[in-house]
Design a protein around this ligand. Structure first.
Ligand code: GTP
Ligand code: MG
Length: 198
């Protein structure tokens, strides 16, 4: 798929403030600092579209970006940033849960996982929650440039395999790097295939 145009639309502090049109949305979620905003910029070939930072906790609102005037990429705040206060974390969690469970035009959630680490409890709990809630999702492994291609692949496979202790059917997964654009075509084609079914 070719991205002809990508533009920031709006930052919303709650579900009720999100855009009112009914275009399809693809949301990016994952731990703080996992690379959500960087991945959106990489997919769009648009540096600075979504704000990135080496410090965790950068994205605190629901950010909509309109693509080709047809559909949205949505940058969500990270979950589980230990240094933010409990009140802030609870508020963010509520906002994220409300958006994910109630947003009718949300067609797929991409859960981002840092490919360097073993399966973390917080990510696993999030994935289990999506599964239990019947939310369509896929996994995107990020920062693949930090490992050799072979190690990246084996880490991703192991992570996915671990899901089998509870889930029979596994979600699709992608190995990506915002640094060298690994996985860009695969993720965009996947979105394109879903868009065609809508
Ligand atoms: P929050 O908005 O704070 O939740 O973070 P985020 O998930 O949006 O992460 P962000 O895109 O801001 O990136 C966090 C840090 O990781 C930045 O320093 C990025 O440059 C770096 N980073 C993101 N993706 C990659 C990648 O694919 N490779 C490498 N090497 N670094 C990356
Ligand atoms: Mg961000």
């Amino acid at each position: 798929m070719i991205i002809k145009n990508s533009e920031f639309t709006i930052s919303s502090p709650s579900l009720s403030k999100c855009p009112e049109d009914t275009k399809a949305e693809y949301a990016f979620i994952g731990r703080s600092n996992v690379g959500k905003s960087s991945l959106i910029n990489m997919l769009c070939n648009h540096k600075g579209l979504a704000k990135t930072s080496s410090k965790p906790g950068k994205t605190l609102l629901i950010n909509h970006f309109i693509i080709n005037n047809e559909w949205y990429l949505v940058d969500l705040p990270g979950y589980g940033y230990a240094k933010s206060s409990k009140t802030v974390r609870n508020k963010l969690e509520q906002m994220i849960a409300q958006y994910i469970l109630q947003r009718k035009q949300l067609v797929n959630v991409f859960v981002l996982i840092d490919i360097r680490h073993e399966q973390q409890k917080i990510d696993r709990e999030f994935v289990d929650w999506l599964g239990e809630s019947n939310v369509p999702f896929s996994i995107i492994f990020t920062k693949a440039d930090k490992l050799s291609p072979a190690k990246a692949k084996s880490n991703a496979l192991l992570w996915m395999k671990k899901l089998q202790d509870r889930w029979e059917e596994l979600p699709p997964y992608f190995i990506t790097s915002a640094e060298n654009k690994t996985g860009r075509e695969e993720v965009l084609n996947y979105i394109d295939e879903i868009n065609k079914t809508l």
